[in-house]
Design a protein around this ligand. Structure first.
Ligand code: SAM
Length: 250
């Protein structure tokens, strides 16, 4: 059926492509992608050959409207280099234009580094706020962290290896005493998820310079107190279930 198909692709491990994604990539009329070389490799791996068009949200308005018009009669898949389109990746304008023009949009769920990092970290996940990449300049980074400091949720960011240490230093100043997780190279051979406080993680990554792709997570403000409260509750419960002789220390 004609329309736009948003197709999530692997973030490392090629086995993470879904059956539905393969099916749509096989049946669509063409693939709009960030980088035809990157997507070409994925299609080749899947044994699929399709026309590819480069697309990002900075593409000329004219090119975008032509692409949207073509979806009246063609099925177009949108993929990014890795993961879920539009999660810190292009596609927002395209989807908006499609909606305005009454073009059918279908979203195929699949890998997303933010979600993999969140689930792997063990940080509270009943509430989380995804904030994409922090600004690259120190001032902007600090301001963004200040703005998010009071939010009662785990904060999830995309980060680059060369900037990790600087960001940890700013976190230590702006959001002290928060539990942090650094989730690196997710779904890949050297996948790693390290938990700690900013100072400890800074010492570690100073000695072991990080490489590859990173999801950085900051636990909610009360996480520390909440854990202490949990421990107190557990202790109280344990004391209550003990026999009086045990509780008295005999
Ligand atoms: N749309 C993608 C998604 O759904 O995850 C994210 C695209 S964004 C341009 C790229 C950033 O995602 C990287 O800089 C890194 O922060 C994060 N990322 C992507 N793949 C990752 C991986 N395998 N491990 C850790 N972080 C990853």
């Amino acid at each position: 059926t004609p329309g736009l198909y948003l197709v999530a692709t692997p973030i490392g491990n090629l086995g993470d492509i879904t059956m539905r994604a393969v099916d749509i990539l096989r049946r669509c009329d063409g693939v709009a992608c960030e980088d035809t070389r990157v997507t070409g490799k994925l299609l080749k791996h899947l044994g699929i050959s399709k026309p590819m068009w480069r697309y990002d949200d900075h593409s000329e308005h004219r090119d975008r409207s032509r692409l949207v018009d073509s979806m009246q009669t063609r099925a177009v898949a949108l993929v990014s280099d890795a993961g879920t389109p539009m999660v810190s990746d292009p596609g927002y304008r395209l989807v908006n234009d499609c909606r305005e023009q009454g073009i059918a949009v279908t979203s195929l769920p699949g890998p997303c580094a933010a979600v993999v990092g969140l689930t792997l970290s063990g940080l509270p996940n009943d509430r989380f706020l995804f904030a994409g990449f922090l600004p690259s300049k120190e001032k902007g980074r600090r301001e963004t962290l200040e703005e998010l400091a009071a939010i009662d949720a785990t904060l999830v960011f995309y980060e680059t290896a060369p900037r990790l240490l600087k960001t940890l230093a700013t976190i230590e100043e702006v959001l002290p005493k928060r539990e942090i997780a650094v989730a690196r190279e997710l779904t890949k051979l050297h996948e790693e998820c390290r938990r700690g406080f900013a100072s400890g993680l800074m010492a570690y990554y100073d000695a072991n310079p990080p490489r590859g792709e990173i999801v950085l997570l900051i636990g909610p403000p009360e996480a520390v107190q909440a854990n202490e409260a949990d421990a107190e509750d557990m202790l109280r419960e344990a004391l209550m279930t003990m026999k009086p002789s045990q509780a008295a220390g005999h």
